[in-house]
Design a protein around this ligand. Structure first.
Ligand SMILES: Cc1ncc(COP(=O)(O)O)c(C=O)c1O
Length: 388
């Protein structure tokens, strides 16, 4: 039995995933598999380091020192052969916050910002709520494997006076881990048209079956100079409640613009406890992650076998990365709200409906599989009963 098979009661902890059904318009008693956090405890070493930080009992102003930056940079050096310098890193309370700040720093009001839907929905809201314009170059769904439409991508940049591209890498919700060739091609199109890139790489540590994530900014010095990379230990080590993220910007001019924008919000520093958690996770969390990845990969395989056998009309391709499954129910030809009602009322599951990620998600549901396998397989069983 794996430590990840342990079922932990997360209710009554103000946990967004389990405790907010009525606030979010959902009936009680659903299995929650929506928001992207994990139903697993973090590495013991991280809990101990958080406890050590808390037991001091004084919580005045703090700032990160060299040791913090070295540990963060070290993670990307050792995992992705990306030679991150400490001076490129700025801390942030979250990746979505950093995304919003990068949009404001690098574009003017009304400026076009390119995204590739279906994509993590805060990309759209952060662009729109900051008074910028969404320009969409939809991904191509080629039998469940998604691809970039490079011609459309370039055409959209030119036709819509695009000022910024926001990349999701690995891609939530479709689970692609973009290859070096794909990344190079989009980066070169952006360089050609003077379009900087924000690369959200929060899912970078979740890749399966020998597939490797390539940080966009590691491809060449020119691409690095055109890229703002958003990272966090929050997905990798389940620390979303610790509000700790790191933005990596090798180009000093872009970094200055970004840091000035962040400063204008009044954000000062992450919490001392969050910083201790981040540092501890990157310094000591590796063995835990090495156990987690095969667990998640095995869960996806079990899910794929189950779907093939019990839900043959649902199309599912094991993602290359992320812990999110993107299930295609389009063969049933239900209207999206009908599909949602079956998932909620009959299967008793709380998933993310596909259209949250753009109209390209019609007919889909996103399932967060980072939960003990007994819960995942219960949920799959309920889904099969609801749809058969
Ligand atoms: C692509 C992507 N970016 C950002 C986030 C959230 O980041 P944060 O909680 O640090 O704002 C998520 C969470 O699901 C995500 O999938």
């Amino acid at each position: 039995m794996s430590r990840f098979d342990n079922v932990i009661d997360r209710t009554n902890t103000n946990c967004l995933k389990h405790d907010f059904s009525s606030e979010r318009g959902m009936p009680d008693g659903l299995i929650p598999m929506w928001v992207a956090d994990m139903d697993f405890t973090v590495p013991d070493e991280v809990v101990e380091d958080i406890q050590r930080a808390v037991s001091h009992g004084v919580f005045g102003y703090t700032e990160p020192k060299q040791d913090y930056y070295s540990v963060v940079a070290g993670w990307f050096r050792s995992h992705f052969s990306w030679d991150v310098r400490e001076s490129w890193i700025s801390t942030a309370p979250g990746v979505v916050f950093a995304l919003a700040q990068a949009i404001c720093a690098l574009t003017e009001k009304g400026g076009g910002v390119l995204i590739m839907r279906p994509v993590y929905y805060p990309f759209t809201t952060m662009i729109e709520q900051n008074g910028r314009r969404v320009v969409n170059s939809p991904l191509i769904n080629d039998g469940g494997k998604y691809a970039i439409d490079f011609d459309d991508f370039e055409r959209k940049i030119v036709d819509n006076d695009v000022k910024l591209f926001v990349l999701c890498s690995p891609h939530n919700p479709v689970g692609r881990v973009w290859t070096e060739a794909e990344l190079t091609r989009v980066a070169e199109i952006c360089l050609k048209h003077g379009v900087p890139i924000v690369s959200d790489e929060i899912h970078c540590d979740f890749t399966f079956d020998g597939i490797k994530h390539t940080p966009l900014a590691s491809l060449s010095p020119e691409i690095a100079a055109n890229t703002v990379t958003l990272t966090a230990p929050s997905k990798t080590f389940n620390l979303a409640g610790m509000n700790t993220a790191n933005t990596i910007i090798p180009n000093p001019e872009l970094k200055k613009k970004y840091d000035r924008q962040v400063s204008s919000t009044g954000f000062y520093q992450n919490t001392s406890v969050g910083r201790a958690a981040c540092k501890s996770a990157y310094a000591k969390g590796e063995p835990w992650l090495e156990e987690l990845l095969p667990y998640l990969s095995g869960s996806f395989d079990m899910m794929a076998d189950f779907i093939r056998e019990k839900l043959p009309r649902v199309k599912f391709r094991k993602p290359e990365g992320t812990y999110l499954a993107w299930l295609d129910f389009s063969d049933y030809a239900f209207a999206q709200d009908e599909l949602d009602r079956i998932v909620i009322d009959k299967a008793k599951l709380w998933l993310d409906t596909g259209t949250m990620f753009g109209e390209e998600g019609k007919g889909f549901q996103r399932v967060n599989i980072a939960t003990p396998r007994c819960i995942l397989m219960n949920a799959m069983q309920s889904l099969a009963e609801a749809f058969n």
